[in-house]
Design a binder for this molecule. Structure first.
Ligand SMILES: [Zn+2]
Length: 124
């Protein structure tokens, strides 16, 4: 992408949760003319009429979505964008589907690192 993202939003709809595997997926919206596929645009898949979604052919990550009723927008999950730190969401879409426990998650105990970090160090 070479243009500005507008808007950057959470989408709480069921389709986006399933597609990304996230409880609260967030997306940056781009003009389709600034999105470039490397090495080439893969075939999209359609699970809902009027919605095209692209998934990485190598790792399976959700990569982009387009909606027929929003022809001037491409939605890209924030998790696959290198500049994610600069793309804070400013909007909640499908807010009626927001998980009730989501707002409480900021109050949870915090740990740094993960089991993956232990695996990378060769420990259990
Ligand atoms: Zn959605």
């Amino acid at each position: 992408m070479s243009g500005p993202a507008d808007p950057v939003c959470y989408c709480h709809c069921k389709d986006c949760k399933r597609w990304t595997g996230a409880a609260a997926p967030a997306f940056a919206t781009f003009d389709p003319t600034v999105v470039r596929w490397h090495p080439s645009e893969p075939e999209p898949f359609v699970t809902t009429t009027g919605v095209q979604r692209w998934t990485c052919q190598t790792c399976g990550s959700a990569m982009a979505a387009r909606f027929d009723y929003l022809p001037d927008q491409v939605y890209v999950p924030l998790g696959v964008i290198d500049q994610i730190e600069r793309l804070a969401p400013t909007l909640h879409c499908h807010a009626e589907s927001r998980l009730a426990w989501l707002d409480e998650s900021c109050k949870l105990p915090e740990h740094s690192g993960s089991g993956r970090d232990a695996l990378m160090r060769g420990q259990d």
